[in-house]
Design a protein around this ligand. Structure first.
Ligand code: ZN
Length: 184
């Protein structure tokens, strides 16, 4: 079971690496790891398990955050419309995106960052993602708003990018251009 002691924190160079593509079909080992990553997110959102194991709640986790420089990510969350997004994905990639951007008015957080980093993080408002799921099927996901933001945050981790890299250092709360604010 993955707990906070397994989570790599900022400052570790692995979080700045471009992760490697996973061979497909995925090996049993990679599948098991990705299932454990998804389970971490589920556990972290269960009040009892979260308390017992001192987990920090999270909606997304990328393999570099547990010390594996591989293109794998897990997400588990519901969006504004209560739609559940629960996926373990291999080699996810953004195949198209909107011109319009969106940002969370509360900013973003990260299991690898043990501090508040205030500021707006501009993201694409809509993205289409292709990936291979835990069952080995090719999937195509059309995402918008909060869901699009979560996936972009996690895909960034596969490219060595942290959410605060997108924050304007001179004016963290400057309204990004052509972007809609989202409350979550
Ligand atoms: Zn993160």
């Amino acid at each position: 079971m993955i707990t906070m002691k397994d989570i790599i924190r900022e400052g570790d160079p692995i979080l700045r690496e471009v992760a490697s593509e996973v061979d497909l079909p995925p090996s049993e080992e990679n599948k098991e790891t990705l299932e454990e990553m998804l389970q971490y997110l589920k556990n972290s959102q269960d009040e009892q398990i979260c308390d017992r194991y001192n987990l920090r709640p999270g909606v997304g986790l990328a393999a570099p955050q547990i010390g594996l420089s591989k293109r794998m990510l897990a997400v588990h969350f519901t969006d504004f419309n209560e739609k559940l997004y629960s996926y373990g994905l291999f080699n996810p990639r953004i195949v198209s995106h909107s011109v319009e951007k969106a940002y969370l008015t509360s900013g973003e957080g990260c299991l690898s960052v043990d501090r508040e980093v205030p500021g707006y993080v501009p993201r694409y408002a809509r993205v289409t993602i292709k990936a291979t799921d835990l069952e080995g099927n090719e999937v195509k996901l059309r995402l918008r708003d909060f869901a699009a933001i979560v996936f972009q945050h996690e895909i960034d981790h596969l490219n060595g990018v942290m959410f605060y890299d997108h924050i304007d250092p001179d004016n963290p709360f400057k309204e990004p251009e052509n972007a809609k604010p989202l409350d979550h």
